[in-house]
Design a protein around this ligand. Sequence first.
Ligand code: WTA
Length: 573
Amino acid sequence: MNHTEERLPGRKDRCNLTDYEQERRTFDWQEIEKTFSWHETGKVNIAYESIDRHALSDKGDKIALRYSDPTRQSSYTFEEMRKKTNQAGQVFRKLGLKKGDRLFVFMPRSPECYFALLGAIKIGAIVGPLFEAFMETAVRDRLQDSGAAAIVTTPELLHRVPVSELPELKHVILVGEDLKLEDHQTDLIAEMSQASEKLEIEWVDREDGMLLHYTSGSTGKPKGVYHVHNAMIQHYYTGKIVLDLQEEDVYWCTADPGWVTGTSYGIFAPWLNGVTNVVRGGRFSPQDWYDTLQSQEITVWYSAPTAFRMLMGAGNDIVSQYDLSKVRHILSVGEPLNPEVIRWGMQVYKQRIHDTWWMTETGAQLICNYPSMDMKPGSMGKPIPGVEAAIIDDQGNELPPYRMGNLAIRTPWPSMMRKIWNNPGKYQEYFYLSGWYISGDSAYQDEEGYFFFQGRIDDVINTSGERVGPFEVESKLVEHPAIAEAGVIGKPDPVRGEIIKAFISLRKGYEPSEELIQEIRAFVKEGLSAHAAPREIEFKEKLPKTRSGKIMRRVLKAWELDLPTGDLSTIED
Ligand code: WTA
């Protein structure tokens, strides 16, 4: 256990949530709903609430989006965002796309990426954001599983969309310059410039779908986590009390919308709160990031432990070259936030980094540190008001303080996923103990109710805050002609949290070599995605398997970490 009694006091000035315990006692989600117009009309659309509601109020001229990358800088007010997203919606509707259709957005961050995401939601479509690093197999699996009708992408990424294998895909909508269009292709920017700035928004039920985020489990292909418009209640509320967003803030979430943090907290939470949202394209570099914080005058900054660890690695000298005095609130998500990183943050940023815990499936933050609350470095904090979290054993009994068990959340909460696309069985697996959502994480609680993360219970790998399913990587590996069998595990790593390590047994006629290792890595990189490629590969004569033929990752992990292998009674031989 990493239990710590170190305490960093909360602050009382200028925060939206001043008394956590008091708020917990009196909290009522229905009061939060009253923020929204649909509370009376029953008609909802999360894109309308994020953009149009502000555009049509006295905030029309306020900057909603400030985009920058090394080649481009542009800003859009809420009113301009309203028009752009209307035009994108017009283009989609003219193609015949409609409520419930699955539309994917597969492109690097750019203003058009956000117009497309929100425009699609405005016409009632269910949007599937795809990270730009995905390669053909990953793209095909997701489009096939969801029966996607359209994809918005760029000419550069188009070759990774296997159109001929996707009979349900009717439209390829391209974002680029000087496009030469083929059949079933549309030029988004050209069509938008012709389209009306007015759009009849598709008003939907709060339980209607808006987002499909594919994420990895320990078995099977990635699962399509389905979120509904109702999630806005929690996006809005956590934006207020966890991100602590206030009128004058300039907010920067470093996540790509291909991951859930980049939608829930890169789109919805800031815009539902009517705040200026900074999007930075391009790759990570400490200089670039500090420059963004300084030149954009960021006040609230949401990032990930891997990034903080890389910034820590870049040293303190570089920090002193920038003026970061506007930054007033820093948050982290995605993997455990090391106390050491928090201590470093106190030293160089002169403030706390607030850890938050949640998952793709939970749709929004659930366990967090709040500006006004005392922080215990190493703890993810306490559940947001309106949510009950507990540590339970496999029978559903709640465990006393300091006992490690399943981190579970009492169902339901507003932003909870409503299904796994096409897979009711997988969905049910999360709820096998009645009344609880079982996260798959293990944790313990101290006697003051702070939660401490301990690890994953399944074999899901968390590398640089990205979830990678071992099965998906293993399946790709065995497609390589040299590979007979593959087992994949997460190996602890000081910067990335975990790295992917593959154990491989070769087919007859192949010999281990450095060349082969490089070739295998490139094979996964090109077939699946760069972040899924094993950083380490070790060849074995044979892999440990159960009698039913399942690779025993637990044994691989024990080998790797020099731990006892535990019960081997089910091993093959
Ligand atoms: C891990 C990201 C420790 C955890 C929003 C969870 C964390 C998985 C934390 C979800 C945290 C997330 N401390 N671990 N503060 N936040 N995790 O779906 O294992 O990409 O189950 O969602 O990341 O990852 P996902």
